[in-house]
Design a binder for this molecule. Structure first.
Ligand SMILES: NC(=O)c1ccc[n+]([C@@H]2O[C@H](COP(=O)([O-])OP(=O)(O)OC[C@H]3O[C@@H](n4cnc5c(N)ncnc54)[C@H](OP(=O)(O)O)[C@@H]3O)[C@@H](O)[C@H]2O)c1
Length: 265
């Protein structure tokens, strides 16, 4: 018997980690997929996800790359039922004294700019149709200043705020918006961000499959946001509501300071 199809889901950053797990969870629920990422691995990821998955290899840190994904979605001629804006990168180190501006701007271009751009390109049709679900991958890093990954934490705070704001604007539209706030999760993220010499990269992490499941369940239940994973993630966010930004910066720094800055830990 042919499997009942649920609709079309678009997932960015779906070649590895949380994005791949989001795509896998949606495929298991019967969604056809458009899965996007920058490197060749997205082709293999799509094969693993099954025949309903279509890869789009595109650099979402560029406006042309975002438009290319939009064009691929339009070319399919099907409405988007689920949009998971998940692709993201980080960069570790002292913003002023160590880090390269181009790398910092790539974090902003991918995590912030492309999320706004893709939302603007794909959400109007979802709203016109009066249905759809949107999931933004933010982070618990959104809830505190992030010394030694300042741009990253700020980018995730942007996404959290942006998701909550457009959720409100779209409250009567039939389109729901949810922010996913994972804690440290066992993916390639820390190696790619060159954070392996930080305490957070060496600590125990959550499984991306569990993070994705919690995120999709929250999205389907129309929750505004979900902090996934271990109890300590939820505790960190809850305590954060009571602490000053200065205190949170100091606590966060204990997790994100690279080894070559031990005096500041
Ligand atoms: N891991 C954690 O602890 C953690 C915690 C909270 C939030 N998050 C967030 O979760 C999301 C997924 O990260 P992850 O942990 O799953 O890390 P990951 O395994 O490194 O996945 C990142 C994904 O983004 C894609 N990507 C990177 N640059 C891209 C670009 N320019 N254009 C298109 N795609 C691009 C990567 O594909 P390519 O390799 O092909 O570029 C990959 O599919 C990110 O937004 C991250 O900030 C992660």
């Amino acid at each position: 018997m042919e499997k009942q199809r649920t609709g079309l889901a678009v997932v960015t950053g779906a070649s590895t980690g949380i994005g791949y797990a989001l795509a896998q969870n949606l495929a298991e629920r019967g969604y056809d997929l458009i899965v996007a990422a920058d490197e060749e691995q997205i082709e293999e990821a799509a094969r693993q996800l099954g025949e309903g998955a279509r890869p789009v290899r595109t650099d979402l840190a560029t406006p042309e790359g975002v438009e290319r994904l939009r064009d691929e979605v339009l070319a399919l001629g099907r409405p988007v039922d689920v949009l998971a804006i998940n692709a993201g990168v980080g960069v570790s180190g002292d913003f002023v004294r160590d880090n390269d501006l181009a790398e910092e701007l790539r974090v902003v271009d991918l995590n912030v700019r492309s999320a706004v751009h893709l939302s603007k390109l794909l959400l109007p049709a979802m709203v016109a149709r009066g249905r759809g679900r949107v999931l933004f991958t933010s982070s618990i890093a959104a809830t505190a200043p992030g010394p030694y990954f300042a741009t990253y934490a700020a980018s995730k705070a942007f996404l959290f705020s942006f998701a909550e704001a457009i959720r409100y604007e779209l409250r009567d539209s039939g389109v729901t918006v949810t922010a996913l706030l994972p804690g440290p999760t066992d993916t390639d993220f820390f190696a790619r961000a060159e954070m392996m010499d930080t305490p957070v990269a060496q600590a125990a992490k959550d499984d991306p499959t569990d993070v994705a499941r919690e995120g999709i369940e929250a999205m389907l239940a129309d929750k505004d946001s979900v902090v996934t994973g271990k109890w300590r993630n939820k505790a960190q966010v809850a305590v954060g509501h009571l602490a000053s930004e200065q205190v949170k910066a100091r606590v966060h720094a204990a997790q994100t300071t690279p080894e070559d800055r031990p005096g500041t830990r």
